[in-house]
Design a protein around this ligand. Sequence first.
Ligand SMILES: Nc1nc2c(ncn2[C@@H]2O[C@H](COP(=O)(O)OP(=O)(O)OP(=O)(O)O)[C@@H](O)[C@H]2O)c(=O)[nH]1
Ligand SMILES: [Zn+2]
Length: 340
Amino acid sequence: MQTTIDKWCRWLLIILEAYLTDYQNEWKGRVIASHGKLVTCLINDVEVNCEVAGSFFNQEVIDLPTVGDWVFCDRDSDKNGRAIVHRIEERTSEFSRKVAGGRLDKQVIAANIDTIFILMSLNHDLNFSRLLRYVTISKSSGANVEVVLTKSDLMPEAIWVVEDIKSQSGIEHVHVISVLTNDGMEELKSRIKPEQTIVFVGSSGVGKSTLTNTLLGEEVMSIGGLRNDDRGRHTTTHRQMLKTESGAWLIDTPGMREISFIDQTDGLSEAFSDITELIDKCRFNDCSHKNEPGCAINHALDSGELSEWRFAEYSKYLKEMAFFESKMRRKLNKDKKNKK
Ligand SMILES: Nc1nc2c(ncn2[C@@H]2O[C@H](COP(=O)(O)OP(=O)(O)OP(=O)(O)O)[C@@H](O)[C@H]2O)c(=O)[nH]1
Ligand SMILES: [Zn+2]
């Protein structure tokens, strides 16, 4: 009996010790730059180099601290070596996508964002399909979403695009700007409030770094070459958060060549709310919207109320998300079996 009590006491002591070592002095900071397992945090206005604790890598789904995250560290200085990040505060919003390439993992690009600005440049590469992808992913983030059409000096007659984008994407705020001519800049700035966290997302070369530098009032980000076809050279190499002249926090992200979904059906329902409302009106709950009688989707397609293109995009995204989800489920089941 005595030995059992001893054993329990020893266990209790170990747990207590681990708890006290880990959390007795927790310092809260915000991640302002991330390079995988190394992050820079702002703790009490001081930049501290940190390393992510090993425990992050024992999770079923690895979720490392990302730019914008509020985290808890073991100290508030890196004078005696990097501080260790022990945990992440629950995020209020996150912009995520599937990592590029064949791997299945989710990549959180930015966290705790108030507004996501999707940048797209007004040149011959203007792509509605890509924009809808960004809108869908952004809508599932929990943040407010706005669109910024850049380089208006290249397409002065942009006004018709704005109306099209508003109706196709359902986004209320669509800005048209040019950093070269200052067109639309004041209106955009008025949408960025002090202390808010914002992020610019979009393909490489759309002008994220140029706009960032303008809002910061100094050349912090290096700008891509003098190309205007959006086939940029990926000049932004890592993600970082910077304070603008007006006091807002701005997260600059590298241009994304690939923008693939994870399970973001919530964003899909929001971005395509007209379609989900129609689906609710189909006579059969499991309507495939092919030949069933009483199909509200087919009716809307026939009458022209719903565009073929939008429905095709919606169906494509839904399929991609279902594919990701089933592959992810299989992977998790396999991992579980291997652990047994
Ligand atoms: N004509 C015109 N060109 C612009 C404007 N804003 C940016 N550019 C040019 O577009 C190119 C790409 O700009 P960047 O700011 O590097 O683009 P980015 O989105 O940060 O690119 P990545 O860092 O690769 O993601 C550069 O040559 C800029 O000079 C604009 O308002 N008008
Ligand atoms: Zn139907």
